[in-house]
Design a protein around this ligand. Structure first.
Ligand code: SF4
Length: 367
C-alpha cells in the first residue's frame, strides 16, 4: 500500500532516540505519525471525546488536549481511558496539572520545564513522575514563547535562538537524567522552520515533532505546512507532525495524512485524480470533483478515482485509475480497471462511480 519513492529520491530517515506515546512509537524507524489538537473545552468530556472520535476516523494517530484549568485536569482520566488514540496533555505553567496528567494515564505531556521553573521548581519531581509512569514529554518551543533569556541574548526568534531555547529546555530534564523527550521548534515562516529543524537535527538525537505554528487559514496553512514538511521529510527530518490550521482539526489531520501519502510515507488511501478543467471541459469539473470527493469521504478501500473533463486526457487518466470518468457532451464514460464499462448521463456519474467502487472491494484501508 505504500507508494515507494524511487531509491535515493528521499534521504534516509535521521536516526533518533525513540519513545512510545501510548501504543504509537515515535522516532527512528517508527512510521511518522499525524497529530492534531482538540478545540473543545477539555472539561466537556463528551464533546472532547466526540471530537477525538472524529479525528480518529480521519486518520489521526495522536491527539493533544489543552489543560488550562483544574476542571480540565479532572477530565483527563476519563478522556485518556475512553479515547481510542493516545492523548497528550498540553500544559503551560502549572506543575500540579502535569502530575494530574501523568496520574490520569495520559500517553504524554507537552510542557516546557523553563516555564515550570519560573513558577515553582518542580522539574525534578516531574522528571521522576514521568520516569515512574513511562510518560514521555514534548518540549515545544514557539517563536512567540521564546525563553526571555535567549531572546535578550540573540534579540529575535531566529533559528539559532529557537534551537538554543529548545536545547536549554531539554537540559533542564537531562539534569535529572530524563531523556524520554521529543522536541518541536515552531515558527510561522516555513523557511525559518526548515532552517531551525535542520539545525536542531544536527544538535540532538531526540525525535522531532514538526510544525509550522500559526500557519493561518486552511489554504495558506496547508501550503506553508506542505512546503516546510516536504523539504524536511525529504531530508529524513521529522518523526511526528501537526499541521496547524485556523480550521476544524479534522482538516489538519487530512492535510497531514495527504502530505505523508504524497511522500510515500503513509499507506495509500482514497486518491482523487481530477483535472484542473480548461476551455475544453464539457462538464463543470470542479463541482463534479467536489461531489465525488464528498461521496467517497470515508470510503473504506484505497482507490484511485479519476475525474476528467474531456476526451483529451480523460480516457488516459481514467484508464490508469482504479475507477474513473471521462466526460463529454453531458455524459460520462465510466472506466473500471482500465475498461469502459458504461456511459451515463452527467447526473448519474457520482452514483455510478460509487456503485462500481463498492463492487471492486479490496483490502480495507487502515487510515
Ligand atoms: Fe482540459 Fe480536458 Fe485536460 Fe480537463 S482533461 S484539463 S478539460 S483538456
Amino acid at each position: 500500500l505504500f507508494l515507494q519513492p524511487p531509491p535515493r529520491l528521499l534521504a534516509q530517515r535521521r536516526p533518533t532516540r525513540q519513545l512510545m506515546v501510548g501504543n504509537v512509537g515515535v522516532g527512528n524507524e517508527h512510521p511518522i505519525s499525524v497529530q492534531s489538537m482538540t478545540t473543545t473545552v477539555t472539561a466537556d468530556i463528551n464533546a472532547t471525546l466526540q471530537q477525538i472520535a472524529e479525528l480518529t476516523a480521519a486518520g489521526c494517530d495522536i491527539v493533544r488536549v489543552a489543560v488550562p484549568s483544574q476542571d480540565d485536569a479532572d477530565a483527563l482520566p476519563e478522556i485518556a481511558r475512553r479515547s481510542k488514540i493516545p492523548v497528550i496533555a498540553d500544559i503551560h505553567f502549572q506543575p500540579k496539572y502535569v502530575f494530574a496528567a501523568i496520574d490520569a494515564g495520559c500517553a504524554a505531556v507537552r510542557v516546557n520545564p523553563g516555564n515550570i521553573r519560573k513558577f515553582d521548581d518542580k522539574v525534578k519531581d516531574i522528571a521522576q513522575a514521568a520516569k515512574d509512569h513511562g510518560t514521555p514529554i514534548r518540549i515545544g518551543v514557539n517563536a512567540g514563547s521564546l525563553d526571555p533569556r535567549v531572546l535578550a541574548k540573540i534579540g529575535a526568534a531566529t533559528p539559532d535562538a529557537l534551537v538554543e531555547s529548545a536545547l536549554w529546555e531539554c537540559s533542564l530534564f537531562e539534569e535529572h537524567d530524563f531523556r524520554d523527550i521529543k522536541v518541536s521548534v515552531k515558527h510561522h515562516d516555513p523557511l525559518t522552520v526548515i532552517h531551525t529543524y535542520r539545525l536542531l537535527a544536527e544538535r540532538c538525537d531526540y525525535p522531532l515533532h514538526l510544525g509550522v505554528t500559526e500557519a493561518g487559514p486552511a489554504m495558506q496553512g496547508t501550503a506553508k505546512s506542505a512546503t516546510a514538511f516536504g523539504v524536511l521529510l525529504a531530508e529524513g527530518i521529522g518523526d511526528t507532525l501537526r499541521v496547524s490550521l485556523s480550521s476544524p482539526p479534522v482538516d489538519e489531520v487530512k492535510v497531514g495524512a495527504h502530505i505523508l501519502r504524497s511522500l510515500g510515507m503513509r499507506p495509500k488511501s482514497l486518491e482523487i485524480v481530477s483535472c484542473p478543467s480548461c476551455g475544453r471541459a464539457q462538464v463543470d469539473v470542479h463541482t463534479l470533483a467536489q461531489k465525488v470527493e464528498a461521496a467517497f469521504d470515508g470510503f473504506p478501500y484505497p482507490l484511485r478515482v479519476a475525474v476528467m473533463g474531456c476526451v483529451v486526457n480523460g480516457p488516459g487518466e481514467a484508464r490508469d485509475a482504479d475507477i474513473g470518468v471521462s466526460c463529454g457532451n453531458g455524459k460520462g464514460q465510466i472506466f473500471v480497471g482500465g475498461e469502459v464499462i458504461t456511459t451515463v448521463p452527467e447526473d448519474k456519474i457520482v452514483d455510478t462511480l460509487i456503485d462500481e467502487a463498492l463492487k471492486l472491494g479490496g483490502e480495507p484501508d487502515e487510515q
